[in-house]
Ligand binder design. Structure first.
Ligand SMILES: Cc1cc2nc3c(=O)[nH]c(=O)nc-3n(C[C@H](O)[C@H](O)[C@H](O)COP(=O)(O)OP(=O)(O)OC[C@H]3O[C@@H](n4cnc5c(N)ncnc54)[C@H](O)[C@@H]3O)c2cc1C
Length: 460
């Protein structure tokens, strides 16, 4: 695709209707939008626009489409695969000021949101209504960015990913047309499911300006537990057994020995220096949860699980999950001068023990700092490996590790990305994963965005 750089005529156009504090070509603003949380970049845009309403997004897209100027959506840039990086320059559309919670219909368990709402702020507001929006990527992500990446997190094993919560979307298409897709009904057989097409499309098909999402009620009771194992294989096998027995955990996370030791050192995690499972169960009452926990304890102990600790109070439970969410940040801090690669494969439940064992072996083989952090209950695992910046030998080894693990995940019927999206990092595996279907995805892209102005260079 041939794109046109932003010129003085384009600047004049934007400045004719956007206040100066919402349209910038200043170096610091451009730099801020040149990197996300991945190892990719920098890719510097030519201008940044902070829209306040759908009409402005439409106006900007209509203009950019006619002038072949690339447009890339931006939430808070917390992506881990380069998803919002403006690789072809052009305009970044930062949605952080379209951040109103438009309506909460607690009787319908639904909310209408602008795309820049940060999900943590939404949950804070919903707390008083006894409701919440379960997907929790950990970072302070926006609803628009979560929908575009189909984000998920620690609670996905029970509650599902962002995809499961999107009912209706208002979207501005590449040519500026505004359409509304989906329904507020909880089920529908009406026509093609465009909502599911747009969720996970990484801003390549259209830009969201409003979303109607589903909410759920707080559980009656919850119970958190932790248990240590001699090996990640034994922990992985226990995960498989918990899932096979239908224990329905609300969170089931696996940390390898290196991750537990890191948290012990950095945040006084206080677990034995061994691989561990962190779990949470939700249910109607304490008696039910007590029975579930007892069964899970037996399963863990049969696989050599030790120091099973359950019935953790709210404070202890929050401390554990807070520490778990901090791992990414801590790895950066304790390995100065390095960059981190975060692998994000997901496999069917039965293949999980093999994947976790393979990940452990490949980290050991390359001898670089590495951590396994896994949303184990849904077969999603992250391998975090750190290599010295600008060291070709270390990065060749990391690329090979990435290749080995992703290819094996695909052979086992899994996916190259469980939740971080394709962005720049996973494009190379798309043909292998989707085979002939990839061509149909490209046809869909061309149908919605014939001039390829929306987030160019991503997914394909
Ligand atoms: C410490 C840390 C932990 C994380 N843990 C997880 C995790 O457990 N699970 C997980 O899934 N992710 C995780 N992430 C990744 C990240 O938080 C998610 O991918 C999140 O969905 C990105 O949201 P964002 O608002 O930052 O969007 P951005 O990164 O700004 O953008 C994401 C994508 O959305 C597009 N976009 C943004 N706004 C719109 C819009 N209005 N319309 C259309 N497209 C739009 C962008 O172009 C881009 O393609 C983590 C990140 C960090 C830094």
């Amino acid at each position: 695709m041939d794109y046109k750089p932003i010129d003085s005529k384009d600047l004049e156009f934007f400045r004719s209707w956007v206040e100066p504090n919402r349209f910038s070509t200043g170096e610091s603003n451009l730099t801020l939008h040149s990197r996300d949380e991945s190892l990719h970049g920098p890719h510097v845009p030519e201008a940044v626009l902070w829209p306040l309403e759908a009409g402005e997004v439409s106006e900007a897209l209509k203009y950019c489409n006619a002038r072949r100027i690339p447009v890339t959506g931006w939430g808070v840039g917390s992506s881990l695969e380069g998803n919002p990086l403006p690789v072809a320059g052009g305009l970044v559309m930062n949605f952080s000021r379209m951040n109103r919670i438009l309506e909460v219909r607690s009787g319908d368990f639904q909310a209408d949101l602008e795309p820049g709402v940060v999900y943590k702020d939404l949950n804070e507001r919903l707390r008083h209504e006894g409701l919440f929006f379960p997907p929790d990527p950990g970072a302070s992500a926006t609803i628009g960015g979560m929908i575009a990446n189909n984000a998920s997190g620690t609670r996905t094993v029970h509650y599902g990913s962002t995809r499961d919560y999107v009912l209706q979307l208002e979207i501005v298409l590449a040519d500026g047309q505004i359409i509304c897709i989906g329904t507020r009904a909880s089920k529908s057989s009406s026509g093609y499911d465009l909502v599911n097409l747009f969720v996970g499309s990484e801003g390549t098909l259209g830009l969201f300006v409003k979303a109607t999402i589903k909410l759920v009620g707080y559980p009656g009771e919850y119970s958190a537990a932790v248990v240590s194992f001699e090996s990640v294989k034994a922990a992985g096998q226990t995960v498989f057994e918990i899932m096979r027995a239908g224990m329905d955990p609300a969170a089931l996370e696996l940390l390898d020995k290196a991750s537990v030791e890191l948290l012990n050192r950095e945040v006084n995690f206080g677990l034995p220096p061994n691989p561990a499972l962190l779990m949470e169960f939700h249910g109607p009452d304490r008696k039910y949860l007590g029975e579930v926990i007892e069964l899970v304890k037996e399963m863990a102990e049969e696989n050599g699980g030790r120091e099973f600790s359950s019935g953790l109070g709210r404070e202890e439970r929050d401390r554990i999950w807070h520490a778990r969410h901090k791992i990414g940040e801590i790895t950066n801090r304790v390995h100065p001068g390095t960059k981190r690669m975060i692998l994000d494969v997901a496999v069917p439940a039965g293949a999980f023990p093999e994947m976790i064992a393979l990940s452990e072996k490949t980290i050991k083989d390359i001898g670089l700092p590495g951590y396994i952090v896994s949303h184990a209950g849904d077969g999603n695992l992250h391998v975090v490996v750190l290599g010295k910046q600008g060291d070709p030998k270390e990065w060749a080894a990391i690329d090979e590790l990435n290749d080995t693990i992703v290819r094996r995940a695909l052979e086992l019927g899994g996916t190259a990305t469980g939740e971080h999206g394709v962005g720049l990092g996973k494009r190379g595996f798309m043909k292998l994963e989707h085979r002939d279907a990839l061509e149909w995805m490209q046809k869909i892209k061309r149908l919605f965005d014939p001039h390829g102005i929306l987030n160019p260079g991503k997914i394909f």
